[in-house]
Design a protein around this ligand. Structure first.
Ligand SMILES: [Zn+2]
Ligand SMILES: [Zn+2]
Length: 339
């Protein structure tokens, strides 16, 4: 399934086109993967609508790929044929720049994203550098692994960036695929912390309660306690502005989004410096993932264990899955079942 150009999803509901292509050939250091599953992510909407612009067209989207090694390029000996591997958003980084040498490969200026800069997993086959593929613990099935590779790994990174300590209060704004994985991970990593969930949808709030949230409320509701750290997983601005009021002195808000939509950009004018930002409150964004995030999170997910809820679609139904993400908020992850 390929994206041929940027489109407005209010005008079309089939942005991707099914085409027949040759099986790609792995170059030196790469492996060819027969794709089993590929997760469908909100980021694909950002690519389709041009908020996160693909480097080239046509492009095969998809960056939560689970598959089996089919062939090796030269000097590619890390995996055996038939090994199950995952591929995440980080397709490659240069390994030589200041950021890469400082263990910030996610910030590398030459960072390439799977399914944006290089063809991804909405396909029967894809190639990837062997060093950017991951073993998946045996306790996790293919469909469960797909959402862990993106929503899970980025959620884990966001949680790391909050600098939360066990026992401190954590707030979450939004409770989609990423939010619910963050909640499960946080309860495991910080068992004495209380988790406060802000979500517009009553069904999402109920789901958060079921998973062990201490408090849930709507975007403008006032939580019973101050928050030491907050992770924002919404695509808009209002939740950020509203929740900053409840961040304690010295606390940090981590925004886990590649792009914010502009629909409510004017809401930022409601920021009142003394109330929202003074007392050394911090705002930090989270960009991409390092391989370390993916590796560590897959292990944690296997230990807890985290079994994401998912719905399977055929590859031909990729457009349908994308439009359902666009138009409704459902807590389960969507996964394309390909081979
Ligand atoms: Zn994603
Ligand atoms: Zn680099």
């Amino acid at each position: 399934m390929v994206l041929n150009k940027i489109v407005d999803l209010n005008e079309t509901n089939s942005p991707l086109e099914m085409v027949e292509r040759d099986i790609p050939k792995p170059s030196a250091g790469e492996i060819l993967i027969r794709v089993s599953r590929c997760g469908v992510c909100h980021t694909e909407l950002d690519e389709i609508e041009g908020r996160t612009l693909p480097s080239d067209f046509p492009i095969v989207l998809g960056h939560q790929v689970v598959g089996y090694v089919e062939k090796h390029g030269a000097y590619s000996t890390r995996f055996n044929k038939g090994d199950r591997v995952g591929v995440a958003w980080i397709f490659s980084a240069c390994g030589e720049c200041k950021q890469c040498l400082n263990n910030n490969e996610n910030l590398c200026p030459h960072f390439q994203a799977t399914g944006r800069d290089i063809n991804g997993g909405y396909a029967e086959y894809m190639v990837v550098p062997q060093e950017f593929a991951y073993n998946i613990p045996a306790t996790i099935n293919d469909s469960e692994a797909a959402p862990l590779l993106c929503a899970g790994a980025i959620g884990y990174r966001s949680l790391r960036l909050t600098n939360l300590q066990n026992g401190h209060n954590l707030g979450l704004t939004g409770f989609g695929a990423s939010g619910h994985l963050v909640l499960k991970t946080a309860k495991h990593q910080y068992p004495d912390s209380k988790i406060f969930v802000f979500a517009r949808n009553p069904r999402e709030r109920e789901f958060a309660k079921k998973l062990g949230a201490f408090w849930t409320g709507d975007t403008e509701d006032i939580p019973s306690e101050k928050l030491d750290a907050i992770i924002d997983t919404t695509p808009v601005w209002k939740p950020v502005v509203e929740v900053l009021k409840h961040l304690d002195s010295g606390g940090r808000l981590v925004i886990n989004a590649i792009r914010k939509e502009n629909v409510d950009i004017n809401y930022l004018k409601n920021i009142d410096y003394p109330e929202h930002l003074w007392m050394e409150k911090e705002i930090k964004s989270v960009a991409n993932v390092e391989r370390r995030d993916v590796r560590e999170f897959l292990q944690i997910a296997s230990n807890i264990p985290i079994k994401p809820e998912y719905e399977e679609y055929t590859l031909e139904d990729a457009n349908k899955a994308l439009m359902e993400i666009k138009t409704s908020k459902i807590h389960g992850a969507k996964v394309l079942k390909i081979n």
